[in-house]
Design a protein around this ligand. Structure first.
Ligand SMILES: Cc1cc2nc3c(=O)[nH]c(=O)nc-3n(C[C@H](O)[C@H](O)[C@H](O)COP(=O)(O)OP(=O)(O)OC[C@H]3O[C@@H](n4cnc5c(N)ncnc54)[C@H](O)[C@@H]3O)c2cc1C
Ligand SMILES: NC(=O)c1ccc[n+]([C@@H]2O[C@H](COP(=O)([O-])OP(=O)(O)OC[C@H]3O[C@@H](n4cnc5c(N)ncnc54)[C@H](O)[C@@H]3O)[C@@H](O)[C@H]2O)c1
Length: 444
């Protein structure tokens, strides 16, 4: 028998457990999770807060009973306190307060991440909210129902901040969105694209305070205002969304760590200690766009890394294909998708990169139904001509197009090869001289 312990059962841990139990009948899987729920899709949080979905029920796809039905032993509300990596024993406290020791042959760390909380005065005031867990979102929603919350300040205009700014505005609140950078979504898009999102947010009445550094949160017991280096913003609620830090408590003294504290793993999800795997937000990824180790916290990476670790722990050697950080966002009607490096990021890394841009209608001019324009940028290495990034924006759902660029980066396709790639044409969908081909053909 192969005894496998999984610590953490959200997206990464659940994917690993399902894969092991579906493929390796000799494995005995024991799962510990500190929380009371499994598989909460944080990505639905903004839709729930913004009342675009009726409730949170659909935001879960697994639970203790489902995992147990497949043969796992599942301990919920059971934090693992420590791990003896030499003796291969896990020490945990169960829900009833009893202490247990569980031995393992292989262990998979899937402890995820928590929001970074800036070290500023006032961070512990009432109504200063984290947004990660189901419980966080539930708390925010209960508070929004009261008349007290009129002005909401969101700190951090990354993915979570931009999505939540929309959600709070849909809820009828006065929303201010602050970022230390002079734009929103700077990690994912170049300025030509972030300007579209900025305008979109402004058009919907969201106050933008970009290029401002938050110095202090002020109030009595409850937060009342946010003080930055440029001014003061009224706030009955403050949401902190300035990124994630990996939960590395259990292994930080023993395992090799990345610069942000994530467990360093190889393409088999193995850490620096044999038989110890790490997956999801607590681990690094191999980033094909920089051909190096990186940290990219995404549910998609969590699921894929869980599958890879499960096969390796189960006895089948399997390497990850690496990732490109492919991502998407839809704010009001504006859809933006990207993968790999932006031109700005590539240049900051010292890559001699170029970009080719194209703007065009999705379908031929003679089409009489909805026919929005699409903006595309492809980033490539000037010397090798290999594609290293792509961005697209439109009110049209062109999101599927980005998957091809994700694969192109993974497989090191050149911009010249893309120019001659067979892309079908049908007026219902696209143009014969479509924007992907045209961007590639017009590359310098
Ligand atoms: C608001 C929001 C929106 C998001 N939207 C998207 C999106 O649209 N697309 C996307 O790809 N990603 C999105 N993400 C990111 C995504 O949610 C994370 O990347 C994903 O949750 C990572 O999964 P994970 O299983 O690795 O870690 P986590 O989800 O952090 O889960 C870790 C689990 O480990 C448990 N745990 C931790 N320590 C212990 C311990 N000592 N003992 C026992 N259990 C422990 C925790 O209780 C938790 O259940 C979003 C995140 C948020 C917050
Ligand atoms: N649609 C999606 O795919 C999606 C949605 C939500 C979250 N996520 C993922 O979840 C993770 C966490 O999301 P996030 O939005 O917290 O992080 P993020 O990295 O996307 O954005 C953080 C933002 O905070 C800003 N910032 C950093 N320090 C600051 C400070 N001191 N004051 C003000 N602003 C500051 C940064 O400039 C950045 O714009 C990310 O990996 C993200 O990709 C993905």
């Amino acid at each position: 028998m192969n005894k496998i312990v999984i610590v953490g059962a959200n997206h990464a841990g659940t994917a690993a457990a399902n894969t092991i139990m579906g493929n390796y009948k000799d494995a005995k899987v024991t799962i510990f999770d500190a929380n009371s729920n499994i598989s909460f899709l944080g990505c639905g949080m903004a839709l729930w807060i913004g009342e675009q979905i009726a409730g949170a029920e659909g935001l879960f796809y697994s639970n203790k009973e489902k995992l147990e039905a497949q043969g796992a032993v599942v301990h919920m509300e059971a934090p693992v306190e420590s791990i003896d990596f030499d003796k291969k024993i896990v020490y945990a406290t169960l829900k009833d307060g009893s202490k247990v020791e569980e031995s393992y042959d292989k262990i998979i760390l899937a402890t995820g991440s928590m929001p970074i909380i800036p070290d500023i005065p006032g961070r512990d005031l009432e109504n200063v909210q984290k947004v990660k867990l189901y419980q966080h979102a539930d708390e925010v929603i209960q508070k929004l129902k009261t008349e007290d919350i009129k002005d909401v300040v969101v700190v951090g205009a990354g993915y979570i901040g931009v999505e939540l700014a929309e959600a709070f505005e849909r809820h009828g609140k006065n929303v201010t969105l602050i970022d230390i950078a002079d734009t929103c979504l700077p990690a994912y898009y170049d300025e030509e694209f972030t300007e579209l999102m900025k305008q979109n947010l402004k058009d919907h009445g969201i106050k933008l305070a970009f290029g401002e550094k938050v110095l202090e949160l002020k109030g009595d017991t409850k937060v009342k205002e946010v003080v930055t280096d440029k001014g003061t913003h009224k706030a009955d609620m403050v949401v902190l969304s300035i990124g994630f830090r990996p939960n590395n408590e259990l292994g930080k003294d023993k395992l090799e760590l990345f610069r942000n504290g994530a467990y360093v793993v190889n393409k088999n999800q193995e850490t620096s200690i044999k038989d110890v795997y790490a997956i999801g937000d607590c681990a690094t990824v191999y980033d094909n766009s920089i051909q190096d180790t990186n940290y990219i916290a995404l549910a998609t990476n969590a699921v894929r890394s869980g599958i890879v670790a499960a096969h390796n722990a189960g006895g089948t050697a399997l390497e990850s294909a690496g990732v490109q950080g492919s991502n998407g966002i839809c704010i009001y009607d504006l859809k933006m998708v990207s993968t790999g490096l932006t031109l700005a990021k590539a240049k900051s890394l010292g890559i001699d990169a170029l970009a080719t841009d194209y703007d065009d209608l999705q379908k031929p001019e003679f089409i009489e139904s909805e026919n929005p324009s699409v903006k595309i940028r492809i980033v490539y290495d000037k010397n090798t001509r290999v594609i290293i990034g792509a961005q697209m924006a439109s009110t049209y759902d062109m999101s599927m197009g980005i998957h091809m660029f994700s694969l192109a980066i993974q497989e090191k396709v050149t911009i010249d090869k893309l120019a001659l790639t067979d892309i079908f044409f049908l007026p219902h969908f696209n143009k014969p001289y479509n924007y992907i081909t045209m961007a590639a053909i017009s590359a310098k």
